[in-house]
Design a protein around this ligand. Structure first.
Ligand code: ATP
Length: 358
């Protein structure tokens, strides 16, 4: 496989403000990437530098082996990219078909009409080409925006928070649908979102940004199960850190007992660490010798998320099927079933990513 998008050591400043810091990542042909991170971490700025709407202070960007930023600067319209924006940005006075055909005026009328028909089918808006954008739902309008961006057959599709104007239920279905459309056409795409469910539903690779720096660029599975650092662990999924002491080359001990590592722990016996515990790692079982007091509960339909206080005062979360109903204040039995041992230095905190250095 060859990299279709290569971003190398990109820096971007707004005046004195360092918005993107030495960011490097690449996307293979046909891969879908998502830039994920809290508000203000630099996701949109990074996307805009790739699109060519922002200049860069250092580094280089290549699309399909052509340098577009760095030694030379190629303007946005020459970068062979398609863009989908948060607000759809459809032309209200043009029909759906005319919107899709907007960027392919260079084709013959027959070719153009054929491509519009083909794209209408792809985005499941067959027969809707004569309607105006205001006659469509938000999800349909975003599908038209996708079709319009795909019409000139760009090498790379860039999407900036494409689902954020849609309701929650629609976001999830549309992100899965759009992933299928992109995959069926082997389109390489990069999307910005601050919603991890969307990123996980869409992406082959997820990049977690914090304070302008890329914290981890990896598969969704690795981002969730093997976060590189406390910032990624704190931002992705739910979980807490509890104290854990190294007891051997492969073992640590925490308030929920001893845990085994598959790989040798490069830490001295007796060293104190923080262990990441996810809600699904804490299993309810009243026969367990380990107990905890319920301090709060959140009903989530199929599950209840309990916040629990362990005997030593530390807190963990536990996701339990919702027919296991318990009252706040009640003591329940629990045991840990941590699959992936994720350990960080003893002074790590879940809030490590909240404040950027100035
Ligand atoms: P959000 O999810 O809220 O859109 P983001 O991660 O996309 O956030 P950016 O829009 O890339 O963040 O902004 C990154 C930082 O750069 C922010 O602190 C923002 O205030 C700053 N910034 C963005 N655009 C400009 C600009 N044109 N001039 C000065 N500062 C800017």
């Amino acid at each position: 496989m060859t990299a279709l998008l290569e971003v190398n050591n990109i820096d971007k400043f707004y005046g004195q403000f360092h918005a993107v810091k030495n960011v490097t990542f690449s996307l293979e042909e046909g891969e879908i990437g998502c830039l994920l991170g809290p508000s203000g971490c630099g996701k949109t700025t990074l996307l805009r530098t790739i699109a060519g709407f922002e200049d860069t202070a250092a580094g280089s960007i290549a699309i399909a082996n052509q340098i577009v930023a760095g030694q030379k600067n190629v303007p946005p319209e020459k970068r062979n990219i398609g863009m989908v924006f948060q607000d759809y940005a459809l032309f209200p006075h043009l029909t759906v078909g005319e919107n899709i055909g907007f960027g392919i005026e260079n084709l013959s009328v027959d070719e153009k009409n054929k491509r519009i028909e083909d794209l209408l089918k792809t985005v499941e808006l067959d027969g809707e080409g004569g309607k105006y954008p205001h006659e469509l739902s938000g999800g349909q309008q975003q599908r038209v925006a996708l079709a319009r961006a795909l019409a000139p057959e760009p090498k790379l599709l860039l999407m900036d928070e494409p689902f954020s104007n849609l309701d929650v239920a629609l976001r999830e279905t549309l992100s899965t649908e759009i992933r299928e459309i992109l995959k069926s056409r082997s389109i390489t795409a990069l999307m910005v979102t601050h919603n991890q469910n969307e990123a996980f539903a869409m992406a082959d690779k997820v990049g977690v940004l914090s304070c302008g720096s890329m914290q981890q660029w990896d598969t969704p599975h690795s981002i969730y199960h093997h976060p590189n650092n406390p910032v990624v662990a704190g931002f992705v999924g739910e979980g807490v850190f509890i104290d854990a002491d190294i007891t051997g080359d492969y073992t640590v001990k925490c308030a929920l007992g001893e845990l085994q590592s598959d790989i040798k722990l490069e830490l001295e016996s007796g060293a104190r660490t923080k262990l990441l515990i996810r809600p699904e790692d804490v299993i309810h079982d009243d026969d367990s010798p380990y107990g905890a007091e319920i301090i709060s509960k959140t009903f989530r339909g199929p599950n209840i998320l309990y916040k629990l206080k362990l005997d030593n005062g530390e807190q963990v979360l536990s996701l339990v099927p919702s027919h296991h109903q318990h009252a706040v204040g009640q003591h329940i039995g629990i045991y840990q079933e941590v699959e992936d041992l994720v350990l960080f230095p003893a002074d790590s905190s879940m809030n490590d990513g909240e404040h950027c250095p100035v």
